[in-house]
Design a protein around this ligand. Sequence first.
Ligand SMILES: [Zn+2]
Ligand SMILES: [Zn+2]
Length: 295
Amino acid sequence: MPAYQPFTALCQAISQPRTSGRADLHIHTVHSDGLYTPVEVIDLARRSGLAAVAITDHDTLEGVAPARAAAVGTTVSVISGVEITAERDGKELHLLGYFVNAEDAALGTALERLRAHRVGRFWEMVERLRGCGVSLDDEELQAQAAAGVLGRRHLALMLVKSRRAGSVREAFTRYLGDRSRLNVPKLRLPVAEAIALVRGAGGVASWAHPTYDCTRDSLMALRDQGLGAVEANYPSFRQTRMRELRAWAVELGLAVTAGSDCHGPGHPSRAVGACSLTAGELEQVRSMAGDKVTR
Ligand SMILES: [Zn+2]
Ligand SMILES: [Zn+2]
């Protein structure tokens, strides 16, 4: 055992900010509707002093491996995650899956089906926009398709770029919102099926940004279907709501998760690390995963 640190390790230690042990468990990348690459996310996490991040792209695990590669040699660890579009009682519910095995066949097939539907939905919305006299640049559409990321948010950004809307918000209000006739509904998995897929892949399922329909009773019902956690810290939540969710989690034997839901720059309240979990809370989530292998 050398009595001193090797020079390279010493340099590395000096160049890394002291980590707080905090973990941001809800971050999107360019692999779904985020604007940061996994490399940029890791850089931001490192600079924010985070000990861990979960890459939780919509319906894909593709951002996890590049984030892990980028994290090599840093103090940031990367948890495999995914945000699945699900449905409960006819309403959309986002389900976060953590520590899932990226090689799991059933989860992989289901995510592929959701992604395929997302692509079809994108082109259908392009057609509907065209039908209303709003044509988008073909070259840009093809470039977006080649990048493999086709979400409603990307369409909104294109509408802003082509000056059809002044902002993403306006693009949603005028053209793409849930109630607009130009919007094509998303494919949503029944929440019980989504939970079973996450658990089948060895993961822990958490109710993402639970809104008003997340009550003690609905949490208990989902816990009985295998839900392991609830996202109790989220940028838009009031303190009273966070306390309420945490109290229910304790009472119902659920873990808590927390995350910024960062989709890119421009929203300081949703920056990487804006909402985070303590190291102890993260260990509680990890301890609920199907096996104890770090994923
Ligand atoms: Zn969500
Ligand atoms: Zn999200």
